[in-house]
Design a protein around this ligand. Sequence first.
Ligand code: ATP
Ligand code: MG
Length: 413
Amino acid sequence: MKQSLLFAPTLRDMPKEAEVISHKILLRGGYIKQTAAGVYTYLPLGYKVIKKIENIIREELDNIGCSELLMPALQPKELWVESGRWDHYGKELVRLTDRHERDFCLGPTHEEVITSIVRDFITSYKKLPLALYQIQTKFRDEFRPRFGLMRGREFIMKDLYTFSSTQEDLDEWYLKVREAYINILNRLELHFRIVRADSGNIGGKNSEEFMVLCDIGEDTICYSDESDFAANIEKEDYPDGAVSPDGVGHIKHAKGIEAGHIFKLGTKYSEPMKAMFIDKDGKTKPIIMGCYGIGVSRLLMAVLEQHYRDDKAIWPKEIRPFDVHVLPLDKAGTPGYDIALDLAQKLEAKGFDVLFDDRAESPGVKFKDADLIGIENRIIVGRKAVEGIFEYKNLNNDEVSELTLDELLKKEF
Ligand code: ATP
Ligand code: MG
């Protein structure tokens, strides 16, 4: 793609509102723009990465048999009265009244809507199980929106709901989704722990959170240094250095960013909302549910907190906005520029996603913007291009080498 057509408004100065590195990179690189406190626009670069994250999630969930749908953000009060959450959710729920004085809320989560859909269509055990998810904008009037996308008032979440006729089937889905989440976070190259958690506003007894380990995380976890045991300290805590409750290893503490949360809801929503089915034995029973969330927009930042170098983004391979950045130092109409364009086209023909800086800017401006955007593989087409020599720079390890066209075309980026 030609950079002159890319809307990536980079910032030379450090924005005051950004306290953490991921937020700084996203603002300065022209990935996102704040529209109101806790409300952001995903600019083309940011949205490109978001879509790649979403597609990883889609692939992993479709792979275990989930189906995608899209529910409305605008939800009628009546459903929330049925579940009992209209009175209990508190001020985080964005409530509004339409011109006919009917009450609505903007969904912070979708248990009520999905339960109301499934109860209208599913009446027999023969139609179960079901696993339905969406990737959608959520609204929560957070008391203190913070760190950009990390705690927004409007944010993108993937929410999945499973419907089973037996507890064993729910247990199976829970494990399958847990595995899918592990695959998703691994593909995002994240260092994380799965921790026992409190169920908060969503409810249910058993739940686990996927914590991206990072010093700016708002949660504190305790974990065993030798086993898989880990818990959010809101749920359970043990003194530093104590023997882990599973008897293996010792307790350590760390900060984490909650990237995902999975719950065995049981019949918390199906019972009050009367989502019933007729079982094999002819008896009418409430459907047994699970729900599973991932903070998609929060992940954009969580990933960067673990993937940057010298203030530059080093995106994990599967979600980087471009594979290669080609910077001709000469302006259009010169042989150097034409050589660069030819290289960019050859790389694109090989399947790489190339950003080509066609702008009539000075080399200084081009380098600065390239640093702010942060594309790991950079090819500089300078004075030696007419002799067939290109400069390759890798932002992740500062490797700089002079390569010929053939060598570049053989390279895996
Ligand atoms: P937190 O404890 O961070 O407030 P939560 O437990 O209320 O989150 P869930 O209801 O479990 O969140 O939502 C599922 C996922 O959505 C979370 O794991 C998190 O990744 C994401 N998420 C929740 N609230 C926000 C927010 N305000 N901004 C961005 N992402 C969020
Ligand atoms: Mg949670």
